[in-house]
Write a protein that binds this ligand. Structure first.
Ligand SMILES: CC(C)(COP(=O)(O)OP(=O)(O)OC[C@H]1O[C@@H](n2cnc3c(N)ncnc32)[C@H](O)[C@@H]1OP(=O)(O)O)[C@@H](O)C(=O)NCCC(=O)NCCS
Length: 234
């Protein structure tokens, strides 16, 4: 492994390390099985391919694994196909005890830096619409929600629906044009592990009617998010 960064938090020092070796890849696979497999896990083969590309980072506290981040830099056939200039964030996770310490954001910054070093101009990721922590963290770091796919991984309505988030890595972002008149719509979604089918139905309907997500905000004091959609007025 190769040390990437030290991060000092209120819970002590953490290290981000780039992972290449089988033993650590296996440990990260076990963490993924525990945290992400209920929704969509990763196979050992894909995880190993990510590590060999230089896209796997471990977050460690005193030699112990606290989390990990996976960045796909090149296609991994037959599972993942990417355009040359796109990198895919496959999963970023922390053990529950180590959340809200800005470690996810720090891994995100490293993922972005790695993507730039590989001449990527776009980062993509998919996320369950109920995954408030991940969505808000990525919005804060400059991603947009650009699509909603009910069948991103397959045809299982519980496991397969995802928002698609994108960040353009252009150094000089285009100046925003003057806002045009727009229609807005709002929906609330229960955050957490379970699918909120009612909210998903509304999200799908709004996307198919040309609405895009303008904001995704935590409802204070509740385990809920408010999603604000907008589309240009006719
Ligand atoms: C998503 C995840 C990686 C975030 O990591 P993290 O280190 O806790 O996130 P950060 O501390 O960097 O959070 C940055 C900001 O995101 C937002 N955020 C993070 N967790 C949040 C939560 N549970 N609820 C609402 N907002 C949240 C906050 O605005 C936070 O800033 P703040 O703490 O100053 O308010 C972590 O929650 C996790 O491991 N989740 C389980 C695995 C997962 O679902 N991964 C994503 C799918 S691949």
């Amino acid at each position: 492994m190769v040390m990437v960064k030290k991060i000092l938090t209120s819970r002590g020092e953490f290290l981000l390390e780039r992972v290449f070796h089988e033993k650590e890849i296996q440990q990260i696979k076990e963490l993924d099985d525990a945290l992400l497999a209920p929704h969509q896990g990763i196979s050992y083969e894909v995880l190993r391919a990510i590590a060999l590309q230089g896209g796997l980072i471990a977050c460690k506290k005193r030699e112990k694994l606290a989390g990990a981040g996976m960045l796909v830099l090149e296609s991994i056939p037959p599972r993942i196909f990417l355009e040359k200039t796109t990198a895919l964030l496959y999963g970023t996770m922390l053990m529950p005890d180590y959340r809200r310490l800005k470690l996810g954001s720090a891994m995100g910054r490293e993922q972005e830096k790695t993507a730039l070093e590989h001449n990527k101009t776009r980062l993509l990721l998919s996320v369950r619409p109920e995954n408030m922590a991940s969505i808000i963290m990525r919005l804060q770091s400059g991603f947009d929600i650009v699509d909603y796919r009910m069948d991103y991984f397959g045809n299982d309505p519980v496991r397969d629906a995802r928002f698609i988030m994108e960040k353009k890595l252009n150094k000089n972002p285009l100046k925003r044009k003057l806002p045009k008149p727009e229609n807005t719509q709002t929906t609330e979604i229960m955050a957490g592990e379970k699918p909120d089918f009612k909210a998903r139905e509304k999200i799908a309907r709004l996307f198919s009617n040309g609405f895009l997500v303008k904001a995704y905000l935590k409802v204070p004091g509740q385990k809920k998010a408010r999603i604000i959609f907008s589309r240009q007025a006719d």
